[in-house]
Design a protein around this ligand. Structure first.
Ligand SMILES: [Zn+2]
Length: 340
C-alpha cells in the first residue's frame, strides 16, 4: 500500500479491484489512475488507508486502480490504448476488450449496492479543485458539494466512469488540480474520509447559494494544421503565457486570449459541447487580437502543448440552474454582485 503509482505494475498484472472492510454495509466506490499520469487519487486512497491502519473504516472501500501500464510510463494513456475514462457503459464502442471489462466491473459494483462513487482526476492547467456530476439529483449535488462549491454538470464526453456509476448511486468526478500538487492529495483524502463517515445524505436540497453550478457549452480547439506558441514566438496563434489563470473566472467580452500570427488568417475552432458541431461565435479577431466576444467562464484552459494536441485548448461554460437551464447573464451578474 506504500507503492507509488509508477511502481504498481511490479505488483499488479493490470486494472485491479480491492475491497477494504468497514463497519457499515454499503461500500464507497473509488476509482483512481484511469489516466496514468494523474496519481492524486491513488495517493489519496493510500493516505486514507494509512489513517485507518489501526481502526476499521466507517464503511467498506472498494477501490478500482485503472491504467497501471500508463502509470508506469507516466502518461495519460499509452499510444495504442483506449482512454480508460471513455470505455465505461455509455461508450459508443461497447465491444472493445476494455469496454467489456468496464461493463463487468459496473455489474460487480452494482451488486455491492454502493453508497456513493468517486472518480479522481488531475488536469494540466491552473484550475481550482472542482467536482463534476452527470445528474443534478440532490444526492449527487450533496456528494459533489462535500468536495467543492464549484460543480460542473456534463453529458459529454460519454463513456466516463461517473456517468456509468450515476445510474447506480450518487456519483462524482473530482478534479484535483495538477498531479504534482500536494494540496490535491490532502483535499481528495479529506473528501473520501468525509464521505466514508456520513451515514446518509441530507433530505433537504442543497441551497442554491451553496453551489456554483455550471455546464460546458463549447470546446475551444486549435486547428490540427495550425501552429501555436505561448512565449510570443511567431505562430498562427500566439497565446498569452498565463492563459490557464483565466480558468473559472467570469470573463467579460473583450478579454484577450492572445494574438494572431503575422498572417492573421487563422481562427480558433469552436465546437458545441453536446453536438460536437462547429458553431463559431465566442471569439472576435480585432487588429490581430484574439478576443472573447461574449461572457463565459473558461475551464481547463491549458498551457501544455500535448494536452492541446490530444484534447483541446479548453472549455467555455455558463452558469445553469439545477433544471439544467442556462441562467441569463444579467441574473448571473446580479448573483456575482451580491456575493462579492
Ligand atoms: Zn483524467
Amino acid at each position: 500500500m506504500n507503492v507509488p503509482a509508477s511502481e504498481l505494475w511490479r505488483h499488479l498484472r493490470g486494472p485491479s479491484l480491492f475491497r477494504v472492510p468497514g463497519r457499515q454495509i454499503r461500500p464507497l466506490f473509488v476509482s483512481a489512475l484511469l489516466h496514468g499520469n494523474e496519481d492524486t487519487g491513488w495517493q489519496a486512497v493510500q493516505a486514507v488507508l494509512r489513517q485507518h491502519r489501526a481502526t476499521m473504516l466507517p464503511r467498506p472501500l472498494v477501490i478500482f486502480v485503472g491504467n497501471i501500464a500508463a502509470a508506469k510510463a507516466g502518461v495519460r494513456t499509452l499510444p495504442r490504448q483506449e482512454d480508460f475514462n471513455r470505455a465505461w457503459p455509455g461508450t459508443p464502442h461497447p465491444d472493445t476488450p476494455l469496454a467489456r471489462l468496464m461493463r463487468g466491473l459496473v455489474e460487480t459494483i452494482r451488486r455491492e449496492t454502493p453508497f456513493a462513487s468517486i472518480d479522481i482526476h488531475n488536469n494540466t492547467g491552473h484550475n481550482p479543485h472542482y467536482a463534476c456530476v452527470n445528474s443534478c439529483e440532490e444526492t449527487h449535488l450533496h456528494l459533489a458539494r462535500l468536495f467543492s462549491r464549484t460543480i460542473v454538470y456534463f453529458e459529454h464526453p460519454v463513456g466516463v466512469q461517473s456517468a456509468a456509476l450515476a445510474t447506480i448511486c450518487p456519483a462524482v468526478t473530482i478534479e484535483c488540480g495538477r498531479a504534482d500538487e500536494e494540496s490535491g492529495v490532502t483535499h481528495a483524502a479529506e473528501f473520501i474520509s468525509s464521505v466514508l463517515a456520513i451515514h446518509h445524505f441530507p433530505d433537504h436540497p442543497v441551497p442554491d447559494g451553496d453551489l456554483d453550478l455550471m455546464q460546458t457549452f463549447a470546446i475551444i480547439k486549435i486547428p490540427k494544421d495550425a501552429s501555436f506558441s505561448y512565449d510570443g514566438t511567431d505562430a498562427d496563434f500566439r497565446l498569452r503565457p498565463d492563459l490557464d489563470r483565466l480558468n473559472f473566472a467570469e470573463l467579460e467580452p473583450g478579454t484577450i486570449f492572445g494574438t494572431l500570427g503575422a498572417a492573421r488568417s487563422r481562427r480558433l475552432d469552436i465546437v458545441a459541447a453536446e453536438s460536437k458541431r462547429a458553431v463559431g461565435g465566442y471569439f472576435e479577431y480585432v487588429r490581430g487580437e484574439i478576443r472573447l466576444s461574449e461572457r463565459a467562464v473558461p475551464a481547463m484552459l491549458t498551457t501544455d502543448p500535448n494536452a492541446v494536441r490530444l484534447d483541446c485548448l479548453g472549455y467555455l461554460m455558463h452558469r445553469i440552474g439545477r433544471d439544467g437551464r442556462r441562467i441569463a447573464e444579467q441574473q448571473t451578474r446580479r448573483l456575482i454582485g451580491s456575493s462579492s
